[in-house]
Design a protein around this ligand. Structure first.
Ligand code: Q9C
Ligand code: ZN
Length: 343
């Protein structure tokens, strides 16, 4: 399995996020990718390479141009207007307000975001860009037929980022960029399977009206958990995308015994869809020890999770999403990949 990793992820190093009424140190930190790197290397899962630069085109295939330009330039504007400290938005669009893009910095920050947990820093664009390149490289490799599987070791994560919005520690939707690139390079139907603890709302939004990309997400019930306002079972897509979005909200406290049944149903749907390639949004925040999550998967369960996905027999790109129990994150992620390749 080929692994793509860029050290530029370190350029995203936010100081604090708003949590429980307090600014607390960011859960989404560089140590996450470092420990995953060390564990996949130690497990001998495959060669690790720096992604080739495929440019902005694969990003602009799924993200709005105005949004991409905003991400590229917002730090420079902030530095000049405010100062050398992290950017957090502080106001959003309420019902009955207009979705109109203001010209001011704070207005645009609110327009393009939806939470106060996702700081933009001096290096956010470069880090997110590098992660997107890892995902795009993985997809290009699968499309070439040279490999059946790959792992994009992306940081920051991506699945909460939509066409023109960021949030949930995500800026560019790495999995969606990969799925679109697979479509552009010949796969007629692509499935995205999201096993992160949180609903992949960004991925759902990007492919909402499309019938060529099936989006399936297993996650904590949004009635109890972030992102609260999407991820319910009755969200099935619209227009040509009707029936090509499947949400499987699971209760707080879900353990492997109940998770595996839901995963089996998800994989059945992917098989019925006739996917020619699979992108897995791989969050390991379903781990029992995760500091912000409430599922109960144990470290050996991640081997089972990988093996079960491998049973689908599809060309598969894994893309790193969440997982905040840093000490266990490396082995949990490596276990998924090891289980997948069948060792
Ligand atoms: N009380 C991903 O896993 N809210 N994002 C955290 C903690 C945001 C998670 C609040 C969680 C976003 C990629
Ligand atoms: Zn998550």
């Amino acid at each position: 399995m080929r692994i793509f990793y860029s050290e530029d992820h370190r350029l995203q190093h936010g100081r604090a996020e708003l949590n429980d009424g307090k600014l607390v140190p960011c859960f989404e930190k560089p140590e996450r990718a470092e420990i995953v790197y060390r564990q996949v290397a130690a497990a001998g899962l495959g060669p690790i390479q720096t992604p080739q630069d495929l440019g902005e085109e694969p990003i602009r295939r799924v993200h709005d141009g105005v949004y991409v330009d905003f991400l590229k330039t917002v730090w420079g504007r902030w530095l000049e207007e405010r100062g050398d400290y992290d950017i957090l938005p502080l106001n959003w669009i309420a019902p009955n307000m207009r979705r109109r893009r203001p010209s001011s910095l704070d207005g645009q920050l609110g327009y393009h975001s939806y939470d106060a947990g996702t700081p933009i820093t001096a290096g956010t664009w470069r880090a997110a860009y590098a992660g997107a390149q890892s995902a795009a490289n993985g997809a290009a490799l699968l499309a070439s037929g040279a490999e059946r599987s790959a792992f994009a070791l992306c940081r920051p994560p991506g699945h909460h980022a939509g066409t023109d919005f960021y949030g949930g520690y995500c800026f560019l939707n790495n999995a969606a960029i990969a799925a679109q690139l697979l479509r552009d390079r010949g796969a007629a139907r692509v499935a995205v399977l999201d096993v992160d603890y949180h609903h992949g709302n960004g991925t759902q939004e990007i492919f909402w009206k499309r019938g060529d990309v099936l989006t399936v997400s297993l996650h904590a019930d949004p009635d109890d958990e972030y992102p609260y306002f999407s991820g319910y079972a009755d969200e099935v897509g619209e227009g040509p995308g009707e029936g090509a979005n499947l949400n499987m909200p699971l209760p707080i406290g879900t353990d492997w015994a109940s998770y595996t049944g839901a995963l089996s149903a998800a994989l059945d749907r992917i098989a019925a869809f006739g996917a020619e390639a699979l992108v897995v949004s791989l969050g390991a925040d379903t781990f029992v020890g995760d500091p912000i999550s409430r599922f109960k998967l144990q470290t050996p369960d991640f081997l089972r999770l990988g093996a079960q996905i491998g049973g689908a027999g599809l060309p598969t790109l894994f893309v790193l999403e969440g997982g905040y129990a840093v000490d266990a994150l490396g082995v949990n992620v490596a276990n998924v990949l090891t289980g997948f390749v069948g060792r």
